[in-house]
Design a protein around this ligand. Structure first.
Ligand code: C2E
Ligand code: MG
Ligand code: MG
Ligand code: MG
Length: 289
């Protein structure tokens, strides 16, 4: 497709396929149809595991699109296209709805842990997002602290003032917020400190490089320390090996997410994993909310 993400989070648009190429139009048309069906779009869930006790403390919901002709299309191939239009808002509403419905099932089964949903830049600029989140939480009967929202560094830096307002209102609802893909954007420390976030997720490109590239190791160590100094929980993404785990433990990182602990999986498989691994689940609402 037209948009291509480079290492470092930069996005280039190849001029000849920019605005209204047939392929882009067909993605949008197909996405609209997918939103009207109820089986093409679904979620996979990937566990987030504590590095000290190796228990599941949360999970991330990742969008999947089973296209009737093209088969499974990864989010990287359609999220950027959707972000260029209002369709990303409908897509996000669908993802929230699916994740909260599933969270309700897990709660009813007694094994619920927080579920994280990814938000696009575009959504952070939409002043109606906090109301949408509040309504969906109420509809599904899920307490706010069992939902996390992941936003990328670059998304927040783009239009800081407007994002800050939306983030603050989400935070006031009691939803937990994470900075996703940390290290690929340009946040200043001063700015990070003012964000109402609870968690920092170090981008997988650095985590995967840290056991072979000294600069990546420095970056991961710095990010862990920065996060801790700001009072944030630090998560490493892209944890694929026992070497990664050992290094992250040494660095004092709190939580790991990656193929080593589990690939994104269907909800049913996640249910089995929750039972098998044991979870950290605090059903009571935190005292300060
Ligand atoms: P992300 O939020 O950084 O999600 C993590 C991505 O890393 C996922 O790719 C996951 O499958 C992959 N991953 C996890 N562990 C490992 C590992 O150990 N090794 C490797 N190589 N990869 C790992 P996925 O599912 O393809 O999603 C890609 C991106 O698409 C996500 O990056 C997120 O930015 C976006 N995305 C996914 N679902 C949604 C959604 O519902 N809404 C929005 N706005 N964006 C979404
Ligand atoms: Mg994410
Ligand atoms: Mg991420
Ligand atoms: Mg990432």
């Amino acid at each position: 497709y037209a948009a291509k993400e480079l290492k470092g989070g930069a996005v280039v648009f190849q001029p000849e396929v920019h605005a209204t190429t047939p392929v882009r139009l067909s993605v949008l048309g197909d996405l609209r149809r997918a939103l009207d069906s109820d089986d093409e779009l679904f979620l996979n869930y990937q566990p987030k595991v504590t590095l000290d006790g190796e228990r599941i403390e949360g999970m991330e919901a990742l969008l999947r699109w089973q296209h009737p002709v093209q088969g499974l299309i990864p989010p990287g191939d359609f999220i950027l296209v959707a972000e260029g239009t209002g369709i990303i808002l409908r897509l996000t509403e669908r993802v929230l709805d699916l994740a909260l419905a599933q969270q309700r099932r897990w709660m009813d089964g007694g094994t619920a842990v927080p579920v994280a949903v990814n938000l696009s830049t575009r959504c952070l600029l939409d002043a109606s997002l906090p109301d949408l989140v509040q309504r969906l939480l109420a509809e599904h009967g899920v307490p706010a602290h069992l939902l996390r929202l992941e936003v990328t560094e670059s998304a927040v830096m783009g239009d800081a003032a407007r994002c800050m307002d939306v983030l603050q209102r989400l935070h006031d609802l009691g939803v937990h917020l994470s900075i996703d893909d940390f290290g690929t954007g340009y946040s200043s420390m001063a700015y990070l400190r003012r964000l109402p976030v609870d968690e920092l997720k170090i981008d997988r490109s650095f985590v995967m490089g840290m056991t072979t590239t000294p600069q990546d190791l420095v970056l991961v160590r710095t990010a862990v320390d920065l996060g801790h100094n700001l009072g944030l929980t630090v998560v490493a993404e892209g944890v694929e090996s026992v070497e990664h785990v050992a290094t992250l433990r040494e660095l004092g990182c709190d939580i790991a997410q990656g193929y080593h602990y589990g690939r994104p999986m269907a909800a049913d498989r996640m249910t089995e994993l929750l039972v098998r691994m044991g979870t950290i689940y605090a059903p009571e609402v935190p005292a300060d909310r």
